[in-house]
Design a protein around this ligand. Structure first.
Ligand code: GLU
Length: 305
């Protein structure tokens, strides 16, 4: 496996040149654009990786998988999916347009920004510090790490440039679809996006979902098989922003990307895959990550469709 991953990095790494690092959160603009790494956590043979497996980046939207898994476990499917939908959206992840146009003004799914903010508000903890502690504990259990910490510089940078996310949240409040202390919920959202990981962490996170909720490295049952199934399904339909349909055809694996350049993928019953590559395409997906996942999916026949 390691040899195959090295070939994948060698053959696909150069594609980063076709993308650009996110700049709308100033701290993300400082990322090394050419960092490229991939890791696989195979459910039978364990972890292997190639390229920049030590490169640390913030989870950004990949964290939405973690908070969704937590909310489904704590509140149940019915409560979560009465507050957010489960349908893909052909608009950018931070778009406000549909939220306003489509009654009942409910986020279309839990993996866009408005949906993730609502998901956080459902968690049974009142304070931002308790919410983020619970999300980061869930991230640690899914990745098999002792702790997953917030990158303070990215958090402050995101918080300082958060007009759009604030607009989404306050709009939701104005139509009665977001309850609680809005600034406090937003604070937890900025912190969860700033949780810092490596592609190896994302491989283990993906493997936990691939193994129906049991972390294959620690052996811990983290979420129920039903929660893992629902999360994988939402990843498959909505995980790659407005590029989810194209990704389903070309790669064919449930996956979630983030503007920090990470992608976590879960191949049911087989493996988790994590990639990093901060240079993004216009939809917000890592260019090198997409190329590596496509190649690996072809080589190992991973498509689930
Ligand atoms: N923190 C980012 C934001 O709210 C997350 C976006 C993403 O990774 O899709 O804009």
């Amino acid at each position: 496996m390691k040899e195959l991953l090295e070939t994948v990095v060698k053959d696909c790494g150069y594609t980063w040149r076709q993308g650009q690092v996110a700049t709308y959160i100033p701290e993300l603009a400082k990322a090394r654009a050419d960092a490229t790494g991939i890791a696989v956590c195979d459910l039978s043979s364990g972890l292997s990786g190639a390229g920049d497996t030590d490169f640390a980046f913030t989870m950004q939207s990949v964290s939405k998988v973690v908070s969704l898994a937590l909310a489904l476990s704590e509140c149940g499917e019915e409560k979560v999916f009465s507050a957010v939908g489960m349908d893909p959206l052909a608009d950018p992840f931070n778009s406000i347009m549909r939220l306003e146009m489509d009654a009942p003004h409910r986020p279309h799914n839990p993996l866009i920004n408005s949906g993730a903010i609502v998901v956080l508000s459902l968690l049974p903890w009142k304070e931002s510090s308790q919410r983020i502690a619970a999300v980061s504990a869930m991230a640690a259990r899914m990745t098999g790490r002792k702790a997953v910490a917030v990158n303070e510089a990215v958090y402050l940078s995101e918080k300082g440039t958060s007009d759009r996310n604030r607009a989404l949240a306050w709009f939701l409040k104005s139509v009665g679809n977001l309850e609680g202390d809005i600034e406090d919920i937003l604070d937890a959202y900025f912190r969860q996006c700033s949780l810092e990981v490596t592609c190896e962490d994302l491989a283990v996170l993906g493997a936990t979902l691939a193994a129906d909720g049991t972390n294959p490295v620690t052996g811990e049952r983290v979420v129920s098989p039903e929660v893992a199934r629902v999360v994988r399904t939402i990843m498959a339909t909505c995980g790659m922003y407005d590029g989810s349909g194209e990704f389903a055809v070309s790669v064919g694996i449930p996956a979630k990307s983030g503007v920090g350049g990470g992608i976590a993928a879960a191949v049911p019953g087989r493996m988790g895959i994590g990639t990093c590559g901060p240079a993004l395409d216009r939809k917000g997906n890592s260019v090198a990550g997409l190329a590596m996942l496509k190649r690996l999916s072809e080589e190992l026949k991973l498509r689930i469709y």
